[in-house]
Design a protein around this ligand. Structure first.
Ligand code: SAM
Length: 277
């Protein structure tokens, strides 16, 4: 069950020895099956010659897989100081390859810590998963400092990231994600794979940054998607009224009777350019 990817002790033993009782406030749902963490590590493509940024290593199940799969270096940002001694044992096992940063990933500038090429791979704390992703998607300059993001989310969030126009899940996060990345759900992970089990199913999503996203200012795109999906059932001439309504839509070449969820990424980009131009 726990897998044999290295000669370190099983994660259950690590958790017991370091007293790592999961804290809900930190979104702690640990993965103890090292075969599963190895599958997540492999999902993004080869790790040899890559730096990997991991948010929330916890007791280190995914961290160990990233190192065993050949990552050149793992930079792991963890908010819970209780996890640091367990992570230090992994760092000793892989000299010079694991850098542990104690802190809040929302406030830690990661771009300066990595050498290219780099990937982001994480079983994210669900309470901050969306703001973390949004921060990475809004990275400047673009192309970003990472060549892929392989991230565990609640399935409902992964569906929003990857949703196509016209679907119920299509919204602000879909537009921002797909504007800058190609995004797909790789596989689902049931609650029982985690300790403690969360209430919902999770999914691993993979996002590959686009080399040339359609050009538009990110802040204008954020403003039009916030207004359009803020009243998603209304016609755009109504929901976008405060941004120029029918006039803005005409400049973007979009019929005013349409609703937010029918617009594709290129049409939102046209709206953002009309707004900022
Ligand atoms: N990677 C481990 C695994 O797969 O078993 C743990 C994943 S657990 C879902 C999320 C981890 O993120 C926890 O270790 C938690 O302490 C950490 N965490 C929560 N909020 C954080 C933040 N803002 N910055 C960095 N780490 C955070």
């Amino acid at each position: 069950m726990s897998g044999q990817i290295d000669d370190l002790p099983p994660l259950r033993e690590v958790i017991a020895r370091h007293g790592l009782m999961a804290k809900k406030a930190l979104g702690q749902n640990f993965l103890l099956d090292l075969n599963l963490t190895a599958r997540i590590a492999r999902q993004a493509g080869p790790l040899e010659g890559h730096d990997v940024v991991e948010v929330g290593p916890g007791p280190g199940g995914l961290t160990r897989a990233l190192l065993a799969e050949g990552a050149r270096r793992v930079i792991a940002v963890e908010k819970d100081p209780r996890c640091l001694p367990a992570l230090a044992e992994i760092a000793d096992r892989y000299p010079g390859r694991l850098e542990i940063v104690e802190g809040d990933a929302l406030e830690t500038g990661l771009a300066d810590m990595v050498r290219s090429p780099a990937r982001i791979i994480a079983n994210l704390p669900y309470n901050v998963a969306t703001p973390l992703l949004t921060g990475w998607l809004l990275t400047e300059p673009w192309p970003a400092w990472f060549s892929s993001m392989t991230l565990m989310f609640q399935r409902e969030v992964a569906e929003r990231i990857c949703a196509a126009p016209g679907s119920k899940s299509y919204g602000r996060l879909s537009v921002l994600s797909q504007w800058r990345c190609e995004a797909e759900i790789a596989f689902d992970v049931g609650p029982k794979a985690f300790t403690p089990p969360p209430k919902v199913t999770s999914s691993v999503a993979v996002l590959y940054p686009r080399g040339n996203p359609l050009p538009c200012p990110a802040d204008a795109l954020q403003r039009v998607t916030a207004a359009a999906f803020g009243q998603r059932r209304k016609m755009l001439r109504q929901s976008l009224k405060s941004l120029g309504g029918a006039d803005l839509l005409e400049r973007a070449g979009i019929e005013p009777e349409r609703r937010a969820e029918t617009l594709d990424i290129a049409e939102f980009v046209a709206l953002a350019n009309a707004l900022s131009g």
